[in-house]
Design a protein around this ligand. Structure first.
Ligand code: NAD
Ligand code: ZN
Length: 347
């Protein structure tokens, strides 16, 4: 299965996303596979059977979001210079979103930009992070604050890699799938309600649908000046939850699950979503053991923490709310009392 992504104003950035078509990849240059020890231990042998390159290097970064930083980028740069990588060399990101974001950023800055390929191995990175060219690292000021929009040359999604994914990581990816269905595609949502993503065919279809949705959104708005922000549905709340719990209690996708339920509560109160639709979304999340409950200790503090988010411009918060299932509204300047009332339903 193939999904193409094309940029009418910049066609040289176009690429193809291959789903379950990891055939031989033959690259006539120096190549480095950037991965981590966990993914390498599980799946590198499989990948190596598919890759041919002039010279091939494997470079690992320790596993974990805490290594998605400038120090890792410096180490990686040093490695590439030591191996005399040049402008025609290529990188392959082989891992979850952490490896993908870091490798993309590395590719964007190495000698002003070299080619890279995404081979995502988590559900979250297959349906979301690997597509669309957002790359970057974290620093002490926050997440993903240093980076570049830099598109890969291709994305290869192999669902067999997901067989070893821990259950919680799988569920975290499902939350991002639900996000895309609720905001953009009613039929897709209805498919999710009646399918079982633990079955290979249903999962492949959901991945394809998500990737098509994401590709379309990115084609329309590569640099997030408009519709791409809709992919932040649930995220305004999730970022506060992740911050409040020191990024320890919930995986990102789990926090997104709770955030979706919070956004829905606000949407119901504003008459955009029916209580019945909100229940259907919550039921779907719960079917995949995605958390939907969170106790807000201090509603005012939670509200103030919205403003920590880098996506908050000039002190107005943007909420992405579902308008029924399959459509959205981008709401700025919702009255503070209305937001506080929705939050208080979680206190
Ligand atoms: N660029 C974007 O558009 C975008 C979008 C969403 C998220 N992100 C970023 O993605 C990151 C989160 O990605 P993630 O959820 O993939 O986390 P991750 O990369 O940390 O992977 C989660 C865990 O799963 C392990 N893992 C990976 N593949 C595996 C496999 N096949 N089997 C078993 N274990 C495996 C990893 O080693 C890690 O321990 C965050 O840094 C986030 O900022 C980026
Ligand atoms: Zn997300």
């Amino acid at each position: 299965m193939q999904v193409s992504i094309s940029f009418s104003d910049n066609p040289k950035n176009n690429y193809t996303i291959y789903i379950d078509e990891l055939k031989d990849i033959d690259i006539d240059s120096k190549v480095a596979i950037i991965t981590n020890p966990k993914v390498a231990g599980l799946h590198l042998a499989t990948l190596l059977q598919k890759i041919k390159a002039k010279e091939l290097y494997i470079i690992t970064v320790p596993d974990g979001e805490e290594y998605k930083n400038q120090k890792s980028i410096d180490d990686l740069l040093e490695n590439l210079f030591n191996h005399k990588f040049d402008r025609h060399s290529s990188l392959i990101a082989f891992g979850g979103g952490v490896i993908g974001d870091m490798t993309g950023f590395l590719a964007s800055i190495y000698q002003r930009g070299i080619n890279f390929i995404q081979i995502p191995t988590t559900l979250l990175s297959q349906v979301d992070a690997s597509v669309g060219g957002k790359t970057g690292i974290n620093n002490s000021y926050g997440k993903n604050l240093v980076g570049a929009f830099y598109q890969p040359k291709a994305v290869y999604i192999e669902t067999a890699f997901l067989d070893t994914l821990p259950k919680r990581e799988f569920s975290a990816g499902v939350a991002e799938i639900v996000k895309m269905a609720v905001t953009f595609d009613k039929e897709f949502f209805e498919f999710l309600e009646k399918s079982n993503l633990h079955k290979k065919d249903d999962l492949a279809k959901a991945i394809e649908k998500s990737v098509r949705t994401k590709a379309k959104v990115v084609e329309l708005d590569e640099k997030e000046n408009g519709v791409r922000a809709v992919l932040n549905y649930g995220h305004t709340f999730a970022h506060v939850i992740e911050h409040e719990t020191n990024y320890r209690e919930f995986l990102h996708g789990e926090a997104v699950g709770i955030g979706i339920v919070m956004a829905n509560t606000l949407a119901v109160n504003m008459g955009l979503l029916s209580p019945d639709e909100a229940t259907r979304i919550k039921n779907l999340l719960q079917r995949y053991d995605i958390p939907t409950d969170y106790k807000i200790e201090d509603v005012k503090k939670f509200y103030n923490d919205f403003f920590l988010d880098k996506k908050t411009k000039n002190s107005s918060i943007t909420f992405i709310l579902p308008k029924g299932i399959g459509d959205y509204e981008i709401k700025k300047d919702i009255d503070k009392d209305i937001v506080l009332k929705a939050l208080s339903e979680f206190s």
